[in-house]
Design a protein around this ligand. Structure first.
Ligand SMILES: [Zn+2]
Length: 315
C-alpha cells in the first residue's frame, strides 16, 4: 500500500498506483515536501523509506529472514535491509491457537544451520525456534536477521524497510524453488551469513512485543506501537478515538481495522472510512483528525532524526 518499492531485480513491478493514475514513486518524486514534509524530504528525498503490506497467511509461511543494512549494502548494493514489524488484526486459526515462529532458542552453529537448510530438515528448524501464540492487537518487531514464520490464519498489517530481500531457510512442501530463489543470488554460503543464529532467551524475545515505554495515550486515544529501537526503520500508532483522535501532519498509511468513521483533513474536507480501507495521507493534508467508533493502525516513515543503524539491537 503506497508502495514505491520494486520487486528485487524487476524494476517497475511493485509500485502502487494512486487514484489519479500516477505511480506512487512518480508522484513522490514530483513533490517530496508535499508528501513527506521538509525534514523527511531533506534527509530521504522522495523515498518514503517504508513499505506497508496487508499479509493474510492462508497457510503457515516458510521460515525465512531478511538481511540487515550492512549486509544489503555490502552484498546487494541496496541501502536498505528489511527490519519488519507486525500488527495482528485478525486470527482465524483452528487448533491449537494462532502462532508465529521467531528466533532460535539456543545459539546455533553455522554448519548445523547450513546442514538443516541444504537437507531441508524443516522439523529441526522449526523445533529450534520459539513458538509464540498471538492474538488480535499484538504488535511484534522483527529485527533484520531474525528467522521468522507467520502461522496459519494470521492476518496482519506489516511495516518494513522498502525491500523484498529474503533468505529462505525452508521451502520443502511449499510451491517455491528455494534452492534457486532463496539465497538472493549469492549462494547459501554467503546468504546464511545474514541469519541471526544467536540464542534468544524468553526475556530478550519478549522485548520485541513490548509496547513503547511511555507510549500509552500520547495523545487522547493514541498508543505508540513498537519499542524505540524501531524508529530508524518505521513508526506506528494504534488509534482508538474516544471521540476524535488528532493526527499531526505527516506522511502515513492509515489502515482502518475496525468500525467506521471519517478522516478530517487539516486543509479542509473529509472522507468516509470503513473497516478495510487504507489511505495514503500526505504531509500536505495538514493536522488531521480521525473521528468515529473505530480502530486504525497508522504506519509512518522512519524518524527523520533517527541514526542510520543496520538493525535494531536487543541484548
Ligand atoms: Zn519476513
Amino acid at each position: 500500500m503506497g508502495s514505491a518499492t520494486s520487486v528485487f531485480g524487476s524494476e517497475g513491478i511493485g509500485p502502487s498506483a494512486l487514484p489519479d493514475g500516477r505511480t506512487a514513486p512518480d508522484a513522490f518524486a514530483a513533490d517530496p515536501e508535499a508528501f513527506f514534509g521538509p525534514r523527511h524530504a531533506e534527509r530521504f528525498g522522495a523515498d518514503p523509506g517504508l513499505l506497508v503490506k496487508l499479509l493474510d497467511a492462508g497457510e503457515r509461511l516458510p521460515v525465512h529472514c531478511h538481511p540487515d543494512r550492512e549486509f544489503a549494502r555490502r552484498h546487494l548494493d541496496c541501502p536498505y535491509g528489511k527490519t519488519e514489524a507486525w500488527v495482528i488484526v485478525e486470527v482465524r486459526s483452528p487448533e491449537p491457537e494462532a502462532e508465529v515462529f521467531l528466533g532460535f532458542r539456543e545459539e546455533l552453529d553455522p554448519a548445523v544451520l547450513a546442514g538443516w537448510v541444504s537437507g531441508q530438515d524443516t522439523r529441526a528448524i522449526l523445533g529450534a525456534m520459539h513458538r509464540i501464540p498471538v492474538a488480535v492487537g499484538d504488535a511484534v518487531l522483527v529485527p533484520a536477521g531474525l528467522p521468522h514464520a507467520v502461522g496459519e490464519g494470521v492476518f496482519l498489517v506489516e511495516l518494513q524497510e522498502p525491500t523484498d530481500l529474503s533468505v529462505l531457510l525452508e521451502w520443502e512442501g511449499f510451491d517455491i524453488d528455494g534452492a534457486d530463489d532463496g539465497n538472493l543470488g549469492l549462494g547459501f554460503d554467503v546468504a546464511l551469513r545474514c541469519v541471526d543464529r544467536s540464542g534468544w532467551l524468553k526475556q530478550r524475545l519478549d522485548r520485541l512485543g513490548t509496547p513503547r515505554e511511555g507510549g500509552h495515550d500520547v495523545r487522547p486515544g493514541v498508543d505508540v506501537l513498537f519499542p524505540a529501537e524501531a524508529d530508524p526503520f518505521f513508526r506506528a500508532e494504534r488509534i482508538r478515538p474516544r471521540d476524535a483522535a488528532s493526527l499531526p501532519a505527516g506522511f502515513s498509511i492509515l489502515v482502518l481495522t475496525l468500525g467506521r468513521g471519517h478522516l478530517e483533513f487539516g486543509t479542509g474536507g473529509s472522507m468516509e472510512m470503513v473497516r478495510g480501507n487504507t489511505v495514503l495521507v500526505p504531509f500536505a493534508a495538514g493536522d488531521c483528525r480521525l473521528v468515529g467508533s473505530l480502530e486504525a493502525v497508522r504506519c509512518m516513515a522512519p524518524h527523520p532524526d533517527a541514526p542510520d543503524v543496520s538493525a535494531p539491537v536487543f541484548r
